[in-house]
Design a protein around this ligand. Structure first.
Ligand code: 9MG
Length: 276
């Protein structure tokens, strides 16, 4: 599929696309104290767009292992004003949420993609997404964020992740979410060991063979730390290598923190590939 339908936008996937990460949580953009600074978050999003991000993923609830959950009202208060402003400025905005009410409100505020690490499994989530014209990113996660890294286990991680994602995509189509609105994501680091993540990167072509576009989120993840021995703040080179490894295996969208560097790396990669 070459065009992903995202509300009023159509994302041409004949070349790899970059999703910039915007965490609107107090630990990401604090005002120097305990509060979230919305203007700093918006400036960061504008910087990512100027650097070449094709879309911005706005999330108000951290999915890191051990992170504290947030209630619906708190999540809405964080994400809606930011989505509203970025959409008004013409950006293609994705909302990173598991909650049906947040999905509906975010799309009403201008979000054109729903990125759900829970693959629309909460009661009401499928129906909420179906009531919109937004694209949906269905991610695989084993367990739940608080405990998912405790002892992840699979008989065959590639077979199980692929089967799960195909089942979720079919559930979406059954409630009226058209095929050209669906993206699949193996969920690197979500209930997976380093060996599981590496197997999934190598097997990306098997996910691509489903016919749905694939999104890969490897940026700064702990697997890259396990390989390089570097902390999250020092994983730029590792993240670029991972993004290219994913795109080389057919990923259509990469979800990243370092937009400028990823855009440059992809320009070189696509130029080399086009020349061949
Ligand atoms: C919210 N979030 C954190 N990591 C992610 C990943 O790898 N993929 C997607 N779709 N969302 C993610």
């Amino acid at each position: 599929m070459t065009m992903l339908r995202c509300g009023p936008h159509a994302l041409d996937l004949t070349r790899p696309r970059v999703m910039g990460i915007l965490n609107v949580t107090p630990d990401s953009f604090s005002d120097g104290g305990r509060f979230f600074d919305r203007e700093r978050a918006l400036d960061h999003a504008r910087r990512m767009l100027a650097d070449g991000a094709d879309l911005i993923d706005v999330g108000g609830e951290s999915t890191r292992p051990g992170a504290a959950p947030i209630d619906e009202a708190g999540e809405l208060a964080r994400v809606i004003p930011v989505i509203d402003e970025l959409a008004r400025e013409g950006a293609l905005v994705s909302v990173d949420t598991m909650k049906p009410a947040v999905m509906r409100a975010a799309v009403a505020a201008g979000a054109a993609m729903i990125n759900d690490v829970n693959a629309l499994r909460l009661p009401g989530a499928l129906e909420a997404a179906a009531s919109t014209d937004a694209a949906v990113c269905l991610m695989h996660m084993q367990g739940e964020p608080r405990t998912m890294q405790d002892a992840p286990q699979y008989d065959d991680v590639v077979v199980q992740v692929r089967a799960f994602l195909v089942e979720r995509a079919q559930s979406c189509e059954a409630v009226g979410i058209a095929r050209d609105r669906i993206v699949l994501d193996p969920g690197f680091g979500f209930g997976k060991t380093l060996a599981h993540n590496l197997a999934l990167v190598r097997a990306l072509p098997e996910l691509v063979s489903t016919g749905y576009p694939v999104l890969a989120g490897l940026s700064r993840k702990s697997s890259l730390g396990a390989i390089t021995g570097r902390p999250g703040s020092d994983r730029l080179a590792a993240s670029l290598a991972a993004a290219l490894a994913a795109v080389a295996r057919g990923a259509s969208i990469v979800r990243v923190h370092d937009v400028r560097e990823t855009v440059d790396a992809l320009k070189v990669w696509t130029t080399v590939e086009a020349a061949g």
